[in-house]
Design a protein around this ligand. Structure first.
Ligand code: ATP
Ligand code: MG
Ligand code: MG
Ligand code: MG
Length: 477
């Protein structure tokens, strides 16, 4: 079952149950406090909080999400993408726990021939908040799950709250058991590699006050309008339904992975570290494409910096796989082709998106080749001296002269089994900032953008006009 078909079945099911189908909001939120849409609920916050009356009592959608806090998990677990799509069904003061539980069970376990997702009930487990006996009883009533496959867990996993006075409530999560080959018995509470969380049902039930921390507060009463917020991971359901091992091998992601394999001349599945890199590349290229398509452009702070980091990590991973030259033209085209059916904009706007991607790649490859030699030498020296640490001065030199970002230096140095004298690096950075400030004060507004010269130096002998044009006059893009 293709990813798009799973999404369609989800929407069709909830439409039949009286839900209004709502298009995905942008990955870029209106809320300045939140960099990206991290969950399906984000665009519905005004309705969930009651600030704005909801224009419908029931809604369902496929929401694009970015979660940068999962970046370290990517490629290592089977289930964490920086970009993913969250299917959601919403009730604004309409149906509550019983509706949410019975809908979820019916959609998951109805046969494929009847529009369902065709899960075998014996592969499913659920968790409920330990004090939410109502949810447990409803699972017993509406599903064929035996009591021992309904695990009762604490607030840290099964409670939703914003950490502020207002709405809060228990959750119930649904898991797929991948079987004994993937881990030990004992249910979701013991093993999250074997038991993959696919769907989270949030019951916004209570009004809380005296909030001491996210999970320490006083319940003042039931909300007059109780809401349902659910989130199902589209890529997670897809990898299970497609019979592959992880979300990076699904139809919307795998073509990028395959392209990286082809460009590297290596084999996927031969070596764990390489496999993680292939998966990171596939994930990060797709996330970058989707961020670009929502108007984010690479820069040195905020959202643009996240995009820059994703692209740079993909490039670094290609290098670690032995590909030193450019590869974005082919990787991004592969991702575009895999995503265009669901998001036509990645094709119609491709000329613009790929220009950003290619410019970023050219810049970063140059930075890498300029700084790598110095970095390798420094690492060798530190190893010989038996110091186990790269000095702050060397890390600073790399940053200052070659534009080597510190997170990159840290990553490379850690791979070599060393660390960086971070304290010394930070104080050199601080000194530099103060010098720059003093300098700016003395020159009052005449400060030239020296980064142009630094980048020019990093270019070495070769003249690459594309870069200077893109950098100095971003109108070109
Ligand atoms: P996990 O515990 O596996 O990290 P979560 O509890 O953080 O998941 P929720 O915040 O409950 O996830 O999000 C709702 C659903 O979205 C999850 O049940 C899962 O199916 C999906 N999901 C969450 N994070 C990711 C991700 N990084 N990549 C792909 N799908 C995700
Ligand atoms: Mg998580
Ligand atoms: Mg979880
Ligand atoms: Mg969850």
């Amino acid at each position: 079952m293709k990813t798009a078909e799973i999404a369609q079945r989800y929407l069709d099911y909830f439409e039949k149950k009286g839900h209004t189908i709502v298009p995905s909001a942008s990955l870029v939120t209106d809320d300045p406090a939140l960099l990206f849409t991290v969950a399906g609920m984000v665009p519905f916050i005004p309705y969930l909080s009651g600030d704005v009356p909801a224009p419908y009592a029931r809604a369902a959608d496929v929401q694009k999400c970015i979660r940068t806090n999962d970046i370290e998990e990517v490629g290592k677990t089977p289930r964490h993408g920086t970009f993913f799509q969250m299917l959601g069904n919403w009730s604004f003061g309409d149906y509550f726990k019983e509706g949410a539980i019975s809908f979820a069970w019916e959609l998951l376990t109805s046969p494929e021939s009847e529009g369902g997702l065709g899960f075998d009930p014996k592969d499913l487990w659920v968790t409920v908040y330990e004090e939410d006996d109502e949810a447990r009883q409803l699972w017993l009533k509406h599903s064929t799950l035996p009591d021992e496959r309904i695990q009762r867990l604490g607030k840290d996993t099964n409670y939703w709250s914003t950490g502020l006075p207002g709405p809060a409530g228990p959750c119930s999560e649904i898991f797929f058991d991948r079987g004994p080959a993937y881990g030990i018995d004992g249910g979701p509470a013991t093993d999250d590699d074997r038991y993959v969380e696919i769907w989270n049902l949030v019951f916004m039930q209570y009004e809380i006050a005296d909030v001491r921390s996210k999970y320490d507060f006083t319940i003042v009463g039931e909300l007059p309008n109780k809401n349902i917020d659910t989130g199902m991971g589209l890529e997670r359901v897809a990898f299970i339904k497609q019979g592959v091992d992880n979300m990076y091998e699904t139809d919307q992601v795998r073509p990028v992975l395959d392209k990286a394999v082809e460009l590297s001349g290596k084999t996927y599945g031969a070596n764990h570290e390489d496999d993680v890199r292939f998966r990171v590349i596939a994930d990060h290229v797709r996330s970058s494409l989707m961020l670009l398509s929502d108007g984010v452009t690479p820069s040195n702070d905020g959202r643009g910096y996240i995009l820059r980091r994703l692209m740079r990590r993909a490039i670094r991973s290609m290098r670690l796989l032995g590909v030193d030259g450019p590869s974005f033209a082919e990787l991004f085209a592969a991702s575009r082709d895999a995503m265009k059916e669901a998001y036509p904009i990645v094709e119609t706007d491709y000329a613009r998106l790929s220009q950003y991607a290619l410019a970023e790649e050219a810049t970063f490859l140059r930075t890498l080749s300029a700084g790598s030699e110095l970095l390798d030498e420094s690492v060798e020296q530190a190893k010989k001296a038996g110091e186990g640490k790269l000095s702050g001065a060397q890390a600073f030199l790399l940053h200052d002269t070659y534009g080597f970002p510190i997170d990159l230096t840290l990553e490379i140095v850690e791979e070599a089994g060393l660390s960086v004298d971070r304290g010394a690096f930070d104080s050199l950075m601080q000194e530099q900032r103060e010098r720059a400030k003093a300098d700016a004060r003395s020159r009052k507004g005449q400060l030239a953008d020296t980064s142009v010269y630094r980048d020019f130096r990093a270019q070495g002998e070769t003249v690459f006009t594309g870069y200077t044009e893109l950098e100095t006059g971003s109108r070109v893009l």
